[in-house]
Structure formats: C-alpha cells, structure tokens
Ligand binder design. Structure first.
Ligand SMILES: [Zn+2]
Length: 214
C-alpha cells in the first residue's frame, strides 16, 4: 500500500528532475514560465508540461527576435538608384506580432507603398522590414508608423503609405470584440498624405483581388 502510494507520487517528480537543472532550462525565461504554470494552479511536473517552459522560452525568443535586428542595415543593404517615379506597392505581407498589453498574438496583413525620388529598395527587404518591427511586443498603431518612418528615413521617397489590417487574439478570445473583427491602421507620409489621388490609387491597389483575412 505504502509502496504503491509512493510509486504514484514519485514517478512524475523523477521524470521532471532531469529538466529542473538550469542547464536544461536554458535561458532566463523558462524558470519564470514554470512559476506561471504553478501560479495558475497547474502542476509543472506533469508529463504534458515538463518541456513547456523551454518551449515557451524558445517561442518567445523567436517571436521577439526583431529587437536584435538592425532595420537600417536591412534597408541600406539593398538601395539602388533607379529612374522610376511611379508607385511601388508590396501588398498582403503577412504580419505576426504580440500585443504588448497581453502578450497574445495579433496577426494580419500589411500593405506598403512608396513613390521613389532617387532610390528604390530591393522588394524583398520590405517584408523583412515589416518582420523586424513585428517580431517585438507591439501595438498595431506603432508598428504601422515605424514601418512608414523607417522607409521614409532610408530612401527619402516622395511619399510612403502603410496600411495594416489585423485581428487581435486579446480582443477576440476575451470576447471584447465580435469574432472576425479586423482593426485597420494607416500611416501616410508625403505625397500619400497631401494628395488625395495618390492615396486613393494606393487604397484601390490594395483592395484589388484582396482576399481579406477570413
Ligand atoms: Zn492585447
């Protein structure tokens, strides 16, 4: 009887012992995740949760890797002088970020446009720019402005337009907003702000064949 009782209690503890050491836990985040698990009434030693602190740490390091990216270097590595002064639009760029108020994901699409003056930037750098700012703790409004200003500073174009459409799990999951409600933010600089026609051209280009988020 006593043996059976002990076996039942000891087993999960043994299984977790190897993961308790700081080396196995990796960095600074995992022990805190373990504490959170205990605080919400979970048993951090049960099988399904044994590796969760490490996994969460890895996930958080990935989802916040934008802090370690040099936005200026990304853009400066691909600036070209080109005789082109029509609008450049990169639309439907996937955005995945974490809201800084709840650490819950928010995700959607970014549309970025500019009208070059002397320089253009390699098209593949624009999604990288979006990612560098999105992989941080963010609010959608700030992300929108940061992308626009980074582009403005790097290539000094005639204007920049950024629109982001996104869904926030902190709103949807907590029932603050109706399911599927999409938040739209925009930042218009230079010609995109001053000229209605430019702004409308941009907005109609991103609407075209737009498949939405749903
Ligand atoms: Zn939130």
């Amino acid at each position: 009887m006593a043996d059976r009782k002990r076996a039942r209690r000891v087993r999960p503890v043994r299984a977790s012992a190897a993961l308790r050491g700081p080396a196995e836990l990796g960095g600074d985040i995992a022990p805190h995740v373990r504490a959170v698990l205990a605080a919400i009434g979970e048993d951090p030693d049960r099988e399904g949760l044994l590796k969760t602190p490490e996994r969460v740490e890895k996930a958080f390091r990935f989802l916040t890797k934008g802090y370690r990216e040099d936005v200026r270097a990304i853009l400066n590595s691909a600036l070209f002088s080109v005789c082109y002064d029509e609008m450049v639009v990169v639309k439907d760029i996937e955005v995945f970020s974490l809201c800084e108020h709840h650490l819950l994901p928010w995700f959607g699409k970014a549309h970025v446009a500019y009208i070059p003056k002397e320089k253009v930037v390699g098209l593949s750098k624009i999604p990288r720019l979006v990612d560098a700012f999105a992989r941080r703790l963010q609010v959608q409004e700030r992300l929108t402005v940061q992308i626009a200003h980074a582009l403005q500073d790097a290539i000094r174009p005639r204007g920049v337009g950024v629109v982001i459409e996104a869904m926030h799990l902190c709103m949807i999951m907590r029932g603050v907003e109706k399911q599927n409600s999409v938040a739209v933010t925009s930042c218009m600089l230079g010609g995109f702000r001053d000229q209605l026609q430019t702004r409308e051209e941009f907005l109609s280009l991103i609407k075209k064949k737009h498949d939405g988020l749903g």
